[in-house]
Design a protein around this ligand. Structure first.
Ligand SMILES: [Zn+2]
Ligand SMILES: [Zn+2]
Length: 104
């Protein structure tokens, strides 16, 4: 049996949030800032870093799913939207703020 499941590329890297400047410790799964929930448009598929845009992605909405939250983010540069699973260490206040916002 060889494991060749390449759907999710796990990249562990630390990064500095482009929005609030928080130093994010990479877990390999979190690609957004736990403090302000912004991220960067760097992936086409999660973790692949194949997008050339590099714009900041603003959290615009949140959905409650059975095992947590899914954050909808929109790139401020190109308008691309994507859904991003929230991480357990995400700032709950920010999640609450998002949950009362309406997505246009
Ligand atoms: Zn941030
Ligand atoms: Zn973009």
């Amino acid at each position: 049996m060889d494991k060749k499941s390449k759907k999710f590329t796990r990249v562990v890297e630390d990064f500095v949030c482009g929005h609030c400047g928080f130093e994010v410790k990479g877990s390999g799964f979190t690609n957004h800032c736990p403090k302000c929930l912004w991220s960067k448009h760097v992936d086409v598929n999660p973790g692949d870093r194949a997008a050339e845009c590099g714009g900041l992605m603003m959290p615009v909405g949140i959905e409650v799913v059975k095992d947590g939250y899914v954050i909808t983010q929109r790139c401020v540069k190109c308008g691309h939207t994507r859904k991003n699973k929230s991480a357990p260490d995400d700032d709950y206040e920010e999640i609450l703020k998002l949950s009362v916002k309406k997505i246009m």
